[in-house]
Design a protein around this ligand. Sequence first.
Ligand SMILES: Cc1ncc(COP(=O)(O)O)c(C=O)c1O
Length: 386
Amino acid sequence: MKSEPELPFLRFVAPGVRTLRPYEPGMPVEELERNLGVAGAVKLASNENPLGPSPRVQEALAEAARGNLALYPDDGAFRLKAKLAALHGVSTAQITLTHGSNTLLGLIAQVFLGPGRCGMYGEHAFACYPLVTQAQSAEAVVVPSLPADHPQQPYGHDLEGFARRLRSDVAVIFIASPNNPTGTWNAPDELEALLEHVPAQTIVVLDEAYYEFQEPDYRPRSRAWLKRHPNLVVTRTFSKAYGLAGLRVGYGLAHPRVTDLLHRVRQPFNNGTLALLAAEIALDDVEHVARCVALNAHERARVREALHALGLRVLPSQTNFLAVDFGRPAAPVHRGLLERGVIVRPMASYGLPNFLRVSIGTAAQNDRFLAALREVLRCHSPRDCE
Ligand SMILES: Cc1ncc(COP(=O)(O)O)c(C=O)c1O
């Protein structure tokens, strides 16, 4: 085969981007149906909300879609920011709204990372942290996880390890609590101890994407911490408990000076009119969020028990997903599930090839997953079961 001629502009590609591997999203249902010819597939691969958005959001969107979408959205997001400020006890000058919280992680890296600076995160941490660090050609300091046999948080973030590895060139520390893909979390006291320890020059990003799914005692006390730590950035999303992943709305809470810096690099009009409206209305429907959280807690316990009954180890989770240990490479199980129309997430790219991550769905979706899994595990190899 003829090799492609070298394209001269490639010499200007940023060093970090040269070897960057793009984020691997969960497989869309349509793709599975197209590729494997299975109908009625179930996706439990991207930690989405199986109940979807509040019915009030859906009604408001239908109405708003008939409005004037030729106009740009409110760039200052006045109404949504006012609601968020009241909810979190912060000023609107502390809020950055972005197109999903992933985008905000990228903006933080754009502002604070670059060659000669380091981004620090845990082994098995959310995939976007290495991605945004490397995209800025910054160095990564990866903190080894707690051991696999840790009694409370196997494979969890070792915050004492973070403190021990701090260096003067660490510009940003990324911590998700709870973390994706492990589901493990750090107790508020532990997080607070790290915040007290980190030098004031280092930004600490506390990613609270799964905040609403946590039991109250485990939830970070971010409102108080933001007052004491101008280097803290808290990130939240409407993609999980609010069921708005398709509309892409996330936000950050931070000191006004940090917020000002983030605003300098965000694109104008970075949230669409319908997305802003949906987020506003979603915030008001607290009963819907409570329903989603209750369904998740109930189903997560039920799925965990069923997995235990199959002899599988499941990591502790305060999220809307479970990390399941198959004790051997999980790729054939993943393939077997796909062939039965169930999409879950492999974790090999997270350094956990024996694991699969399954999102918690409705009771019917979870039953479908469990039935498919029982079938796959009964087979010597999934291929034998066809
Ligand atoms: C820990 C964590 N942070 C951030 C995100 C990004 O969410 P979004 O960009 O949809 O707001 C995710 C998504 O799965 C996540 O798991």
